[in-house]
Design a protein around this ligand. Structure first.
Ligand code: PLP
Length: 322
């Protein structure tokens, strides 16, 4: 694991140490006030045997955006990018060489002040840990459209990848699972009419032949890196893509008319995962996953860039130091 400490207004050197437990004072600020952020990134085994990380500079940008919102210091590019490259070089033999497998990279930062009192911490740890991973979901998803609980409101921290957003999602997600659903589709906090995002992924729909996804304007949705990549890829393939507010009623209507043909989630963990059911109130929208050609094409093209079997025309892949 990589670890660097921040104190007296500056970051110390990063060190790579054997993975193991940390010891903290019970008053450590993060445990009480949640000043904690993280990222999720993947490194892939390429066809030529080398390894490469998918768009880590975008994660660095988002990490520091989250840090800013949570009154935490920026993490230097060297610690974040060079740190993960060095760590991956050391653990190179653990980067899997199998379809839909990769090395998950988890950078995170948390406040370490020993004080009971609500204030930004003056000391922090930045760390990176790794784990080899396989596919997140093994089958198409059944999604519950959530109307009671909300994930994020305008002015809040929805766009930040901060621990509290995930803590707040656990109870509603548990209820949805008990009803037989895999994930929640969050709606806007005010009217519960507009679709936002889903668990650990962003959502895409094919409506009237166009690929549509919720816009990020309200600041309530995580600015996803897979989302950006899917949009760029789809545009390069000549698809019409719209980032806009999406009413749940449009999807219900589209389903009735037969013009709502595909739904899928996109994220680092899930890559592209098809949605077969959307449950909204007592309306069950069932989609035929075998006919989701746009999702199939995008998933296959993304995978080919990640393992080096297609040209990386966008310059997304960053080689490790191995
Ligand atoms: N939305 C949320 C809430 C997430 O936690 C994630 C996580 O990875 C995503 C979307 C997908 O974002 P990305 O594509 O950057 O992984």
């Amino acid at each position: 694991m990589l670890i660097a400490a921040y104190k007296d207004g500056a970051w110390g050197d990063a060190e790579i140490l054997p993975y193991g437990p940390l010891h903290f004072d019970p008053s450590m600020t993060t445990l009480h006030y949640g000043q904690s952020i993280f990222e999720g990134i993947k490194a892939f085994r390429m066809k030529d045997g080398s390894a490469a990380i998918f768009r880590p500079y975008e994660n660095l940008k988002r990490f520091n955006k989250s840090a800013h919102r949570m009154a935490m210091p920026d993490v230097p590019e060297f610690h974040f990018i060079e740190g993960m490259k060095q760590l991956l070089a050391l653990e190179d033999k653990w980067i899997p060489n199998a379809e839909e497998h990769s090395m998950y990279i988890r950078p995170f930062m948390f406040g370490t002040d020993e004080v009971i009192g609500v204030a930004p911490s003056s000391t922090y740890y930045f760390m990176i840990i790794l784990s080899p991973v396989g596919p997140y979901f093994s089958k198409p998803l059944k999604i519950y459209v959530e109307e009671q609980f909300v994930r994020a409101a305008p002015g809040g921290v929805g766009y930040a990848k901060t621990a509290g957003n995930y803590a707040a999602s656990l109870y509603p997600a548990k209820l949805a699972r008990e009803k037989g659903f895999d994930q929640i589709l969050w709606m806007d906090a005010k009217e519960h009419k507009y679709v936002e995002e889903c668990g650990a992924m962003n959502v895409f729909f094919v409506l009237d032949g166009k690929l549509i996804t919720p816009s990020l304007n309200a600041g309530t949705i995580l600015d996803d890196i897979t989302r950006k990549s899917v949009i760029d890829l789809a545009k390069s393939l000549g698809k019409t893509v719209e980032e806009r507010d999406i009413l749940i009623d449009e999807l219900v209507e589209g389903h009735k008319k037969g013009t709502f043909t595909e739904a899928f989630g996109a994220g680092t963990a899930v890559t592209v995962s098809k949605i077969e059911v959307l449950q909204y109130k007592d309306v069950r929208i069932s989609l035929d996953v075998s006919k989701m050609s746009m999702a199939d094409e995008l998933k296959q093209k993304m995978a080919a860039i990640k393992d080096g079997s297609a040209v990386d025309a966008f310059g997304w892949m960053v080689k490790t130091n191995a």
